[in-house]
Design a protein around this ligand. Structure first.
Ligand code: SIN
Length: 484
């Protein structure tokens, strides 16, 4: 029996249920089984999805009628319980997907931050009264929840990507059916336990894990009672969900791949630029959608920047993610390592120089790697590597840096380093991205809008923008009975 016995083989609809089928979640640390998880694949998934839609609809009829203050109270308790169980949640995350334990603790705080933000935001969902053309008419725009939401979350943020979606949805009065990533469902189930302990009513939040989520997902996507789909993950899967959502005209939010450029201008504070770009690049072993993928440095400072960057990458501790000292843990699985290796081989074959790293130290642990001489035709300059590899390219003119940075179908996050305010402002405006960090390598926060342009997605999560995604606007026109 694992330390996560309480959630093993269980899934949540209007109550906890036990599945007779299960799949193992294996740790990227050593391949050991972290927990046996309920497997709602195939027919079991189709049946569970049908039941989940029934439950979500019935619960929505009740939840939408609670006051914003009642919903806020439940969210506040959920937030407190997450912090109470911070260590347990962090350990689950590290075991199931390999994030260094100190980063996992940070993620629990980040995840709880969304819950606190939307507990507060619940009571600030204001409608509007607006002027009309007729003296006897009064007009209102009311805000109401969109309805039951289906959410699909990724493995790289097992807690924060759940709460970034669930907290605004639940605050708005929607109900929430969650399909967690196959690699990291343990944290999601623990969060659901805490939601119930916080007093989350039956059916408001459901969790349906599956080794093969397609049958389950197809049923939920076809059900007209599911009014919204929210997804974080690959552009490829996002496209399928976008197409499927057309059938029942669901509201949709997609947070898809990125390919973040990091521009270092010749007037930048190089030491700070190195610190910020290292944090941005090697966070979660390079496995976040906003991690720097391409570093463009002005040719006149390229060598001093690269030398300092290499030294900083070599100082990172690669190791067991449960150790307090570890900065970079293992990649999530063999497929992830395979992609990193393919990208490296391609870059070296096209003329890049490996300045440090360049190989797996053992198993899924990949050495922090820095390449110089990167050029636009290399695979890693065209698509996300999703690993601890930093390719450095150079530029001579600001407009070349911006052109290369924008030469991608993706537009999630971009970064730039300069001391010149005009250059910072103009470059931020010219970058076709949803998020721009100016002298800031880690801009994500619960109160800020997160999301991309182009093929990086639709919609925004976080801050007041995040709850808008779960609200409808209803126009109410009132004709007063006196006058005309
Ligand atoms: C992501 O990789 O999708 C999330 C990263 C963040 O919230 O900073």
């Amino acid at each position: 029996m694992s330390e996560f016995q309480a959630i093993e083989r269980r899934y949540l609809t209007d109550a906890w249920r036990t599945s007779d089928r299960a799949f193992p979640v294996r740790s990227p640390i050593d391949g050991a089984t972290v927990a046996e998880i309920a497997d709602l694949s195939g027919d079991a998934g189709r049946a569970a999805a049908k039941e989940a839609a029934d439950v979500a609809w019935a619960a929505f009829e009740r939840w939408r009628r609670t006051t914003a203050f009642e919903r806020a109270e439940v969210l506040r308790r959920w937030h407190d319980l997450m912090l109470r169980d911070r260590e347990r949640l962090a350990r689950a995350m590290t075991l199931e997907m390999g994030k260094p334990i100190k980063e996992s603790r940070g993620e629990v705080a980040y995840a709880a931050g969304f819950v606190r933000w939307y507990a507060e935001e619940a009571a600030r969902v204001y409608g509007t009264e607006f002027p009309t053309h007729a003296p006897h008419k009064r007009a209102l725009a009311l805000r109401s929840p969109v309805g039951p939401v289906y959410a699909v979350t990724p493995w790289n943020f097992p807690a924060a990507m759940v709460t970034r979606k669930a907290a605004p949805a639940l605050a708005a009065g929607c109900t929430f059916v969650h399909k967690p990533a196959e690699q990291s469902p343990v944290t999601a189930l623990l969060l659901a336990e805490l939601w119930r302990e916080a007093g989350g009513p039956d059916g408001t939040l459901q969790v349906l894990p599956a080794a093969d989520p397609v049958p389950l997902s197809d049923v939920l996507m076809a059900d007209p009672r599911i009014r919204k789909i929210t997804f974080t993950g690959s552009t490829e899967v996002g496209r399928i969900l976008y197409r499927q959502s057309a059938e029942t005209i669901k509201r949709i939010s997609l947070e898809l791949g990125g390919h973040a450029p990091f521009l270092v201008f010749e007037d930048a504070d190089l030491d700070r630029a190195v610190v910020e770009s290292i944090a941005c690049k090697f966070r979660n072993a390079g496995q976040t959608c906003v991690c720097t993928n391409r570093i463009f440095v002005h040719a006149s400072v390229a060598e001093p920047f690269t030398e300092r960057y290499v030294a900083a990458a070599e100082a990172l501790v690669l190791g067991d993610p449960l150790d307090e000292a570890t900065d970079v843990g293992p990649l999530v699985d063999e497929a992830a390592r395979g992609k990193v290796e393919r990208h490296l081989e391609d870059a070296v074959a096209k003329g890049a120089t490996v300045r440090t790293g360049g190989r797996a130290e053992s198993g899924l642990r990949f050495l922090p790697t820095v390449l110089s001489g990167a050029t636009q035709e290399m695979l890693m300059m065209q698509e996300e590597t999703f690993g601890p590899v930093a390719p450095i390219a150079t530029f001579d003119r600001d407009e070349d840096a911006v052109r290369m940075a924008n030469a991608t179908p993706f537009g999630l996050a971009a970064y730039l380093y300069t001391r010149d305010l005009t250059r910072a402002w103009e470059t931020a405006e010219a970058l076709d991205y949803g998020i721009v960090g100016v002298n800031d390598g880690v801009p994500s926060a619960p109160y800020a809008p997160f999301g991309g342009t182009k093929q990086s997605g639709i919609g925004r999560e976080g801050g007041p923008w995040g709850i808008e995604e779960y609200l409808e606007t209803k126009y109410v026109s009132i004709g007063l009975q006196r006058g005309s």
